[in-house]
Design a protein around this ligand. Structure first.
Ligand code: T1G
Length: 692
């Protein structure tokens, strides 16, 4: 049983003991019911305390059980709460750490609730694409009032327990140790009757209907493709307008409908994918880490400055090294400006700004960074430049320092070979803007030591990044896949599309920005530089030449006020360009391709399946550890729509045999060479399996 029972004199204590978060899986639910029945049958017991072992009270229902028979196996959470609420002796929830989701709903079914400060109180179900399904939408408004409860349910945001002291949620805040305090509280109310039930509390609000209509309009405006937020409002509306049990039934129906939606399955996949990404099969979770008390960054450009900010934001002092004073001054000024912008948006106080800026020191001398625990190189993407830097770092950095490269495509093993300490070398590929984008590709070299890998994965969490391990290959995970996506985008232009049509189609699918708007933002010359290298290194890889023609005209994108689109001064809107569209049509004629009408479905399939197919190759080669890692890369670094769960999860949802059929169809088109189906995809499709 993952719930234990112990009598403390005349008080029974039932302890939820299901690490790591006391998820209310079936065995825990059964343990609670057994414990309550045992206490009710024992005449010497006058009250019952529920308490959580370890991190906190409970993190909620066990999400892993969803869409499996176990989730509804009796005693269901509803049954547990009914047993607790109808008990003839008082049941007290004693809360620390966290009471979230079903954990909070269980506590709301108790007659009393006590808590220590600092506990996270939340109904975060909406973040999983569902809603509180065990009475939370009916009971929370009864203890916190309509408005505060609705805000918590629709946002899923935790509130610290002390902020809710004095509401009907908590009968007492416990100073000092929780259990002794809870036992003393229990003895104080043991004989008090009738037993208070949250379901009996009336929800008072001066203009509930008006407020709920306002809530509907507000939520509808921001919910995007997710159905759950609006259903949260409807469930809470039922709490206001209906009898308790009728409201409970409405909540249940809404929950059961939402838990089946593809959006919820995608969000639950992303929840576990983010946590799985930090697990490295051959690196034990208890691998001793190297201490990271200070950092250094080489290069004060856009990337270097952003990387330095990540350390300052995490309270880690960082030295920023440049070659020239003016470049250093420019870099430091840009950092200060970024913080000032955040302050203007209310995300930072003046004091925090000064504190963070104070953690960043500029220098022109390599000798000044020798004592740093980690150094990250963010210089020009050229192997000769990297060689100079890493040979110097090898000379000046203290033994045991981690030497990291922010390279986005170059061979980390080759970089490691420039040093006498390849075991300390690793890739840390940040995404621009580095202080904003969550993704951090952690590139594991052939000789990267396990403790270096474990340390950098832990550092990713500290600087609030989603770390994903990648093996060494050209483009690692994200850029290697995006290259196939961009190749298809170019071919689509040759065959009949224009940039705006391609962008609109993939943005309708859910991408934050289509390939051409994205390229204009990042700079078309970046791709141009990489393609020129590719034409030499990989002559068999074909590309549309349209992008080269664009760059030959100096149309590098927003930075030149002209790219795939035209731009006006001070206006970031992308305006279709007659000149570019004419150039595209002429190019098709030049290469003898008869332009045709290409439908949105083909556009989306060719762009997305190009990602999926390359992802399958990456999985096969062991560059990515698991398919959900590839999903995390695309969800956190490339604007893939969250409600679709990532490219590999999306392919599973479509069905790999359908994906393979489409790929085989496109292999009959203009560029069969770009559609070699990955053997892993073929095998899984044949076996009726998915990637995840
Ligand atoms: N179910 C299953 N596993 C869970 C879990 C859960 N609810 N919560 C966490 N885990 C796993 C997680 O995958 C990881 O596993 C480990 O626990 C540590 O998690 C009817 C139906 C509670 C704030 O949405 O927000 O109740 O990687 O790294 O940083 O209305 O976990 O070690 O194998 O996040 O200390 C509603 C989700 C469920 C809360 C702790 N509850 N969890 O954070 O640890 S739906 C939630 C969290 C529900 C009812 C409905 C956080 C946390 P592994 P962690 P943490």
């Amino acid at each position: 049983m993952t719930a234990t029972y112990q009598a403390h004199g005349d008080i029974a204590v039932i302890t939820l003991a299901n690490p790591p978060v006391n998820g209310l899986g079936h065995s825990t639910r059964a343990g609670i019911v057994d414990g309550v029945n045992r206490a009710l049958d024992d005449a010497s017991i006058k009250a019952i305390v529920l308490v959580g072992e370890g991190k906190g009270f409970s993190g909620g229902a066990d999400i892993r059980e969803f869409n499996t028979p176990k989730a509804l196996q009796e005693p269901s959470l509803h049954t547990v709460i009914r047993v607790v609420e109808s008990a003839a002796k008082p049941v007290i929830a004693a809360i620390h750490g966290m009471a979230m989701g079903g954990g909070l709903e269980l506590a709301l079914g108790c007659h009393y609730r006590v808590a220590v400060a600092g506990a996270q109180i939340a109904l975060p179900e909406v973040k999983l694409g569902i809603l509180p399904g065990a009475g939370g939408t009916q009971r929370l408004p009864r203890v916190l009032g309509l408005e505060q409860a609705l805000n918590m349910i629709v946002s899923g945001t935790p509130v610290r327990s002390e902020k809710l002291a004095g509401t009907k949620l908590f009968d007492q805040m416990i100073d000092g140790d929780l259990l002794p305090g809870a036992l003393s509280f229990a003895r104080g109310i043991a004989d008090r009757r009738p037993l208070p039930k949250v379901r009996d509390i009336r929800i008072a609000h001066a203009n509930a209907d008006g407020y709920l209509q306002f809530a509907r309009n507000t939520v509808r405006a921001v919910a995007g493709p997710f159905p759950a937020p609006l259903q949260c409002v409807e469930a809470v509306a039922a709490a206001v307008g209906k009898k308790f049990d009728d409201g409970l039934k409405i909540e249940r129906d809404l929950f059961l409908a939402l838990v089946q939606t593809p959006e919820s399955k995608a969000l639950r996949h992303a929840f576990f994918a983010e946590r799985a990404a930090s697990k490295i099969p051959d690196v034990p979770a208890d691998t001793p880490l190297r201490a990271i008390r200070s950092a250094a960054v080489i290069g004060a450009g856009t990337m270097g400055g952003g990387i330095a900010m990540n350390f300052a934001n995490a309270g880690i002092p960082v030295t920023l090294l440049e070659m020239k004073q003016d470049a250093l001054d420019k870099g430091l000024a840009t950092i200060r400006k970024n913080y000032e912008n955040s302050m203007k948006k209310g995300k930072l106080t003046q004091e925090q700004l000064e504190q963070r800026v104070g953690l960043i020191t500029g220098t022109l001398s390599y000798e000044a960074i020798g004592s740093a625990d980690i150094v990250i190189e963010a210089v020009f993407e050229d192997m000769a430049v990297k060689e100079t830097v890493f040979r110097k770092l090898d000379e000046v950095m203290k033994p045991g320092a981690i030497l990291a490269s922010n390279t986005s495509t170059l061979d980390v093993d080759q970089i490691a070979a420039f040093t006498k300490r390849p075991q300390d070398v690793i890739g840390t590929h940040f995404f621009s803007p580095a202080n904003v984008m969550k993704l951090l590709e952690i590139v594991r070299g052939a000789q990267t030591a396990k403790d270096v890998l474990a340390t950098v994965m832990d550092l990713a969490k500290k600087i609030r990044k989603t770390g994903v391990v990648s093996g060494v290959c050209d483009g690692f995970i994200g850029n290697r896949m995006v290259e196939q996506y961009i190749r298809q985008a170019g071919f689509l232009l040759e065959e009949g599309c224009l940039p705006a049509q391609v962008d609109k189609a993939i943005e309708k699918f859910g991408f934050a920005m289509g390939p051409f708007r994205m390229s204009d933002l990042a700079g078309n010359d970046i791709g141009w530089y990489i393609r020129k290298r590719r034409y030499v290194e990989k002559p068999d890889v074909t590309y549309s030449k349209i992008a080269d023609k664009l760059c030959e005209r100096g149309r590098f994108g927003q930075k030149t006020s002209a790219g795939w689109y035209d731009y006006k001064a001070g206006d970031r809107k992308a305006y279709p360009s007659d000149e570019v569209n004419r150039m595209i049509v002429e190019h098709s004629a030049e290469i003898g391709v008869q332009r045709r009408k290409v439908g949105d479905e083909e556009i989306v399939e060719r762009l997305v399946y190009a990602l999926v197919n390359e992802g399958a190759h990456i999985l096969e080669e062991g560059i990515a550890l698991r398919a959900s890692d590839i999903d995390m890369v695309y969800l956190t670094g490339y604007g893939f729509p969250l409600f679709r769960g990532g490219p590999m999860f999306h392919a599973d949802t479509v069905g790999l045999s359908n994906v393979l059929m489409a790929i085989r169809q496109y292999a009959k088109g203009q560029h069969p060479e770009a559609w070699k189906a990955a053997p892993l995809l073929e095998r899984l499709a044949a076996e009726g399996k998915g990637f995840n």
